[in-house]
Ligand binder design. Structure first.
Ligand SMILES: Cc1ncc(COP(=O)(O)O)c(C=O)c1O
Length: 479
C-alpha cells in the first residue's frame, strides 16, 4: 500500500477524478469541470488542477479540446494492482553474472522479435532527422577532425548545456567539473572505480538494473540489496539499518524512474537519503538517466540538488531521449572529480568528439524541450495502454507497476512461474522479454518479468496476446 502522506495533491485529485470517470459520473465524451471550476469546487490552486489534468491526459483518460475544455477520452482504465513490496533484507552477496544472464542480455538485442525485452527507446521517437542534419552541417563546416585539444572532460559547449539544464532540476553543476563519458554505463563504472576498492560492499536497489550488476562484478565488488518499493523506491529505513550494520562503501541508485520498477523516490525522501549518507560519510552514485522522462507536470529533482558535501556523483546520458548509439553520457562527480577524471584518462582519454558536438548543437538549438514534451506524452500513453492490455490478456492476479516516467513495466506473475522458462518459451513465439532473474544478484525476482512499452502500438497487442497465452500455459503446468 502506498503511504498516503507521500501522494502529492495533484495526483490525489487526478485519482479522485479518474475514480469518478470509472464510476460513470463522467462518461466517454463528457466535459469535465474547467480548471477554474475545479479549482473553486475543490479549493485547490489552478496549477494543482492543471497538473492533475496533464497527468490524466498523459494516461489517456481525458483530452484537451482547444477553446472548449477537457473531455473524457477513453473507456476508463481498470485499476492496476501493484506488485508486492519485497521487504526482506538480504546478506552481502558476491555478484556473478552467469552465462545464462549474458546470453539473455544478447538475445534481447535480436531485431526480428517483438521488442518487449531491452529497455531501448522507440526509434521513431528519437530526433534522428535533426541529428543527421546537424552531422551534415558539421561535415560541411570541416569540423569532423577537430578533436585534438579537447580536454579529457569532453566538449565544453556540451558541458555548458548539461550544466544549464541541471539548474532547472535544482543542481548547480560547474561545467569545469563535469566529465563527458561513453554513456551512463561508463559514468557509473568510473564512479565505482573512484570510490571503491575490489571486495568493497555497495548498497543497491532490489530489484536493480542488470547493467549495475555487470559493473559490480567487473570491479569485484559485493552487493547488498536494499528492499525497494515498486512505487516509492529504495527503503530509507532499510538503508539506515544496513548502514549501521554493514561496511557499505557506496550506494548506487536510480532515484527517478528506476529500472525495472519505474519507482520514484520523492524529493523530500531524496533529501533525507542525501543527509543520511552524509552522516555516514558514504558516497551516493546517482543514476538519473530517466529523469527527463516524467509524465507529471514537473521534473523530479536529482538527489544531487541536496548535496552539500560533494558526496553525490551524478551520472546520466542521452541514450533514452536522443540517441543510444551515440554513446554520450556524463558525470558530475562532486569531490571525487580528480579520481574520476584520472580514471577516464587512463581508460580511454576522452569520449568520441563528433557525437558530443552533434548533441551539444541539438541541445543549443534543435528544439530539445519540444522534443522532450512530445516523447513524454507518447511514452505516458504507451505505458498506460500496454498496462491495460496486460490486464486484459494476462492471467488474473498479474500485478503491474504504474510508473510516473520512463517506459518499462515490471510485472509480478500470479503463482510460481520461472521467468527463465517463460523467457525461453516466449522466444519460441518470437517475443523478447526481460526475465526477473536478471534483476537481482540473488535471483529474488524469478517470478517477475520486465516489459518495454516504448514501441507499443495497436499491432503489439497481438504479440501481447500470444505472450499472455504462453504465461497461462506455463502456469497451468503444461510445457
Ligand atoms: C538505469 C539505466 N542505467 C544505464 C543504462 C545504460 O545507459 P547508457 O546506454 O547511456 O550507457 C540503462 C539502459 O537501459 C538504464 O536503464
Amino acid at each position: 500500500m502506498r503511504d498516503p502522506r507521500k501522494v502529492p495533491l495533484y495526483e490525489k485529485f487526478a485519482q479522485d477524478l479518474e475514480d469518478q470517470v470509472r464510476a460513470g459520473t463522467f462518461p466517454v465524451g463528457a466535459r469535465i469541470p474547467s480548471i477554474r471550476e475545479a479549482s473553486v469546487q475543490q479549493e485547490i490552486s489552478f496549477s494543482t488542477v492543471l497538473q492533475a489534468y496533464r497527468l490524466l491526459e498523459n494516461r489517456g483518460v481525458i483530452e484537451a479540446r482547444p477553446q472548449s475544455g477537457y473531455y473524457v477520452k477513453l473507456q476508463p482504465r481498470k485499476p492496476v494492482p501493484e506488485p508486492d513490496f519485497q521487504r526482506h533484507q538480504g546478506d552481502p552477496a558476491k555478484v556473478s553474472i552467469d552465462e545464462v544472464s549474458l546470453q539473455l542480455i544478447h538475445d534481447n538485442l535480436k531485431l526480428n522479435y517483438a521488442q518487449f525485452g531491452a529497455a531501448s527507446p522507440n526509434p521513431d521517437l528519437l530526433p534522428t532527422v535533426k541529428l543527421n542534419r546537424i552531422l551534415a552541417e558539421l561535415a560541411r563546416d570541416g569540423k569532423l577532425s577537430h578533436d585534438m585539444g579537447v580536454a579529457v572532460q569532453g566538449n565544453e559547449a556540451l558541458r555548458i548545456q548539461v550544466a544549464q539544464r541541471a539548474f532547472s532540476y535544482g543542481c548547480e553543476l560547474a561545467p569545469a567539473e563535469l566529465v563527458v563519458t561513453a554513456g551512463c554505463t561508463e559514468a557509473m563504472n568510473l564512479c565505482l572505480q573512484a570510490v571503491c576498492q575490489p571486495g568493497d560492499l555497495v548498497a543497491i536497489e532490489s530489484p536493480t538494473y542488470f547493467g549495475i550488476l555487470l559493473a559490480l562484478e567487473a570491479q569485484h565488488l559485493r552487493a547488498l540489496e536494499i528492499p525497494s518499493h515498486p512505487r516509492t523506491g529504495m527503503s530509507l529505513e532499510a538503508l539506515a539499518f544496513a548502514l549501521e550494520n554493514h561496511p557499505i562503501k557506496a550506494v548506487l541508485a536510480v532515484p527517478n524512474f528506476s529500472n525495472p520498477t519505474g519507482s520514484l523516490i520523492s524529493d523530500p525522501d531524496k533529501e533525507e537519503l542525501v543527509n543520511l549518507l552524509a552522516r555516514h560519510g558514504v558516497p551516493l552514485i546517482e543514476n538519473d538517466i530517466n529523469g527527463e522522462l516524467y509524465f507529471g507536470e514537473r521534473r523530479p529533482r536529482a538527489a544531487k540538488s541536496y548535496d552539500r558535501d560533494g558526496l553525490v556523483l551524478l551520472c546520466s546520458s542521452f541514450s533514452k531521449d536522443i540517441s543510444a548509439g551515440f554513446r554520450i553520457g556524463w558525470v558530475s562527480p562532486g569531490k571525487f572529480y580528480r579520481e574520476v577524471q584520472s580514471r577516464k584518462w587512463a581508460l580511454n582519454m576522452r569520449t568520441s568528439i563528433l557525437p558530443q558536438m552533434a548533441i551539444s548543437r541539438f541541445l543549443e538549438n534543435g528544439g530539445y524541450d519540444q522534443h522532450l514534451r512530445k516523447i513524454r506524452r507518447a511514452y505516458g500513453e504507451k505505458v498506460s495502454a500496454m498496462s491495460q492490455a496486460i490486464l486484459a490478456h494476462f492471467p488474473e492476479g498479474t500485478r503491474i507497476t504504474e510508473p510516473g516516467g520512463g517506459f518499462v513495466l515490471w510485472l509480478q506473475l500470479p503463482g510460481k512461474l520461472d521467468s527463465l522458462l517463460l523467457y525461453q518459451e516466449a522466444l519460441k513465439a518470437f517475443i523478447a522479454i526481460a526475465p526477473g532473474y536478471l534483476f537481482s544478484p540473488t535471483h529474488k525476482f524469478d517470478d517477475y518479468i520486465r516489459l518495454n512499452a516504448a514501441c507499443w502500438s495497436e499491432k503489439s497487442e497481438q504479440d501481447l496476446i500470444r505472450l499472455g497465452m504462453v504465461v497461462k500455459r506455463l502456469l497451468s503446468g503444461k510445457r
